[in-house]
Ligand binder design. Structure first.
Ligand code: CNA
Length: 265
């Protein structure tokens, strides 16, 4: 069975910038937020004191709807072929689910913005209200605690969702091929997943550059497809002879774009 490990790079074609690409990545655009250090935007302590920078960033990331990319639909194709054991994603944009990937096959290791809780009392909050606040970059406050409400994305120092740890054994026991797409693999513990496959299990890496986090862990069985993951995945689909099946999903993607008034490439 196959495990796909994904990062921000797979959503770049949807219009959501990644973190670490110099120039376009979100970390290189954080000057305008007046942060003590870039990671402060995802620090719980800082958020409790000043939630505005996070809401401003989140409004740019999640204040509108995005079209899942070809890579998201490729993962869906693997699921339809019953060869996908799991997609571990570091992304918080929920585009995997939007592309129709079933919940049991998806692990959102860093959470998702689609549910929200108060950072103090832990109450689950109304998501429609949260989306309004996100759209306006206006922090939503808990009426009980007068502290900010946070979308359920994992901030630095917070534990990862239980679901992440519940399945992790399968990486060593059941994975016959690991495909890594669009990640610099710099965030623990997700970046450790590639170390956990059996030594003879091939790892296909599809990324703009060799992921920094894997520089010291190269193996003869690894394959690196360098470049834009959208075009590389289409190449792969063609090589595998899956073009026709992929076209059906591309039609579905077109329908999604039409329904949500989104531009399509
Ligand atoms: P990252 O560290 O920003 O790395 C992204 C990687 O993708 C880099 O190696 C890029 O070179 C590569 N890349 C960018 N665009 C493409 C492309 N079109 N084709 C191929 N490769 C590309 O992001 P990671 O995901 O590795 O880091 C984990 C962080 C990023 C997680 O905590 C996420 O929550 C967070 N993040 C998520 C989103 C999202 O949900 N869409 C957006 C930005 C950041």
């Amino acid at each position: 069975m196959l495990i796909v490990l994904t990062g921000a790079g797979i959503s770049v074609a949807a219009g959501i910038p990644d973190f670490r690409t110099p120039g376009t990545g979100l970390y290189s655009q954080l000057e305008k937020y007046n942060l003590p250090f870039p990671e402060a935007v995802f620090s719980l302590e800082f958020f409790k004191e000043d939630p505005k920078p996070f809401y401003k960033l989140a409004s740019e990331m999640f204040g509108k709807k995005y079209l899942p990319t070809k890579v998201h639909y490729f993962i869906r194709l693997l699921a339809e072929k019953n060869i996908l054991l799991r997609n571990y994603t570091q992304n918080i944009d929920n585009l995997e689910a939007e592309a129709g990937l079933k919940e049991n096959l998806l692990i959102q290791a860093h959470g998702t913005y689609t549910t929200s809780h108060c950072v103090e009392c832990g109450d689950l909050k109304n998501q429609a209200e949260m989306i309004e606040h996100l759209t306006k970059a206006d922090p939503m406050m808990c009426k009980k605690c007068n502290l900010p409400v946070k979308p359920d994305i994992v901030f630095f120092g917070e534990p990862l969702p239980k679901k992440f740890f519940a399945h992790l054994d399968e990486v060593e026991k059941e994975c016959d091929l690991l495909i890594i797409i669009g990640s610099s693999l710099k965030v623990v513990p997700v970046c450790l997943i590639p170390n956990n496959v059996k030594p003879d299990v091939p790892r296909l890496i599809v990324n703009m550059e060799y992921p920094e986090g894997m520089e010291y862990d190269k193996k003869p069985v690894d394959v690196f497809f360098q470049g834009n993951c959208e075009s590389k995945i289409v190449e792969l689909v063609e090589k595998l002879g899956w073009k026709q099946e992929f076209e059906i999903l591309m039609k579905e993607r077109l329908e999604y774009a039409k329904k949500n008034n989104l531009k399509i490439d």
